[in-house]
Design a protein around this ligand. Structure first.
Ligand code: FEO
Length: 170
């Protein structure tokens, strides 16, 4: 069994990760409507990764004899002002998720819950990668997005992203 507060935060994170998947599906759909199939693909793959994250939190709780409570997933914000706006939203969201993961880590540390800290190590590293990916995308858009040919090539690059299952297996 896990400490009550640690288990509560881990359970809450399932919802946060599923919301992340929702947000990225929303962004994927936005780019689909803008005929940017590469951006659409990139965020569709990202949504799949977020769903995986939710399943990892769920499985970890279950592997520790904790019950899982699924909550309502709120609707994502849909009012993007321009093509760059979703990239900024994704960046801000990943920074928020990093804070959430750090908060769970902190609770586990307070309780000397080394098992949960070890589980979360993968997510700490993953958040570093996700923030970098989001930041790279913002920077690439700033460099190339305002030029039609640049945007075309960037879209082609993002179209090449393929889904891979998470390296963390429970
Ligand atoms: Fe599950 Fe993008 O963090």
């Amino acid at each position: 069994m896990l400490h009550k507060e640690v288990a509560r935060l881990l359970n809450e994170q399932i919802n946060k990760e599923l919301y992340s998947a929702y947000l990225y599906l929303e962004i994927s759909n936005y780019y689909q409507e803008k005929n940017l199939a590469g951006f659409q693909n990139w965020y569709f793959v990202q949504a799949q990764e977020e769903r995986d994250h939710a399943m990892l939190f769920m499985t970890y709780l279950q592997n520790n004899s904790e019950s899982v409570t699924l909550d309502t997933i709120k609707a994502p914000n849909t009012s993007f002002s321009d093509l760059k706006d979703p990239l900024n939203a994704a960046m801000a969201h990943e920074q928020y998720v990093t804070k959430l993961i750090n908060n769970i880590y902190d609770a586990a540390f307070q309780e000397k819950d080394y098992r949960t800290m070890q589980f979360l190590d993968w997510f700490i590293k993953e958040q570093g990668e996700e923030e970098k990916n989001a930041d790279d995308l913002c920077k690439k858009y700033d460099l190339f997005g305002s030029d039609a040919k640049g945007l075309y090539l960037l879209d082609a690059e993002l179209g090449a992203r393929v889904y891979t299952a998470p390296s963390l297996v429970l």
